[in-house]
Ligand binder design. Structure first.
Ligand code: NCD
Length: 280
């Protein structure tokens, strides 16, 4: 049984395969992802933390593939967790109703723990500050697609280095691209220099994760028009979303900001991933 728990479990072969499969699906707008003899599978989304893109893209992916969806969108309040049920029991039960479970939780490592006794594949859709493997695959796909490859490229990762699981996850996948150059900049370190901006092929940003650490609250940073003027013509700006003040509309209107395409690629990547898991 194939669980998707952490980017640490992926090797370069798997990453390349997912890029290739996602490309096939993206180029056909999702039409090639129907799994032979697997129509009617049920995906359960179990979310103990808020989500828009991750949950809805997984659900949309399943429906586009001919599957169905059962969903608990605010499990902390609307599941039996309110009656004291443990997540272990909940996963056991949901696993007897569904063919795979997409799980998001504020608890670091919980996906690995429940996967040990789950009867169906578990997909980690974010576990606290630690990991968000499906966002990382989406981000790697986006870099590859928009830059025509990742090897040899220079990527600036600018944001909440400590608390953003998307950063931890993309960094661990970028380790597989040995010739890529990665520059990191935490919010607390100020703005990127003009020199760095004029050198990089991609800027990957995140918001301050204030819900995980209030100390991030006062840490204001923003991508300005002046910074934009230093970027190469064919550089790209990425962000997993949701954005706050760090990425204002005036930056988003620049064609180098590929943020909404990045979110759309997440749908195709999740279709590829569901197919990969269910065809095992
Ligand atoms: C991210 C997350 O949940 O970690 N959102 C997402 O899944 N696209 C990023 C964030 O919340 O800042």
């Amino acid at each position: 049984m194939k669980h998707i728990l952490s980017t640490r479990d992926f090797d370069r072969r798997f990453i390349d395969k997912m890029i290739e499969q996602t490309d096939l699906i993206a180029n056909n707008d999702g039409r090639v992802a129907k799994i032979a003899n697997y129509g009617g599978f049920i995906l359960a989304s179990l979310f103990y933390e808020p989500s828009t893109r991750t949950r809805l893209s997984f659900e949309s992916a399943a429906i586009k593939m001919g599957g169905n969806v059962i969903s608990v969108e605010d499990a902390m309040k609307s599941s039996s967790a309110t009656k004291g049920e443990s997540i272990y029991d909940t996963v056991r039960i949901v696993g007897s109703y569904a063919d795979l479970i997409v799980l998001r939780s504020p608890v670091v490592g919980i996906a690995d723990e429940v996967a040990e006794f789950s009867s169906v594949p578990i997909i980690n859709a974010g576990d606290g500050i630690r990991n968000h493997p499906t966002q990382a695959l989406t981000d790697i796909y986006t870099l590859n697609k928009e830059l025509g490859g990742i090897d040899g490229k220079h990527i600036l990762v600018w944001g909440d280095m400590e608390y953003a699981r998307t950063i931890h996850s993309i960094m661990s996948l970028l380790d597989h691209f040995e010739t890529a150059k990665i520059t990191t900049l935490d919010i607390s370190q100020g703005e990127p220099s003009d020199d760095i901006l004029s050198e990089v092929d991609a800027v990957y940003m995140t918001r301050p994760q204030t819900e995980r650490n209030m100390k991030r609250e006062g840490e204001f940073f923003t991508f300005t028009k002046a910074m934009l003027s230093h970027l190469k013509k064919d550089a790209i700006i990425m962000h997993p979303l949701p954005r706050t003040q760090e990425l204002p509309d005036e930056i988003l209107n620049d064609p180098r900001a590929v943020i909404f395409r990045q979110a759309k690629y997440g749908l195709y990547m999740r279709m590829a991933l569901i197919r990969e898991i269910l065809s095992e």
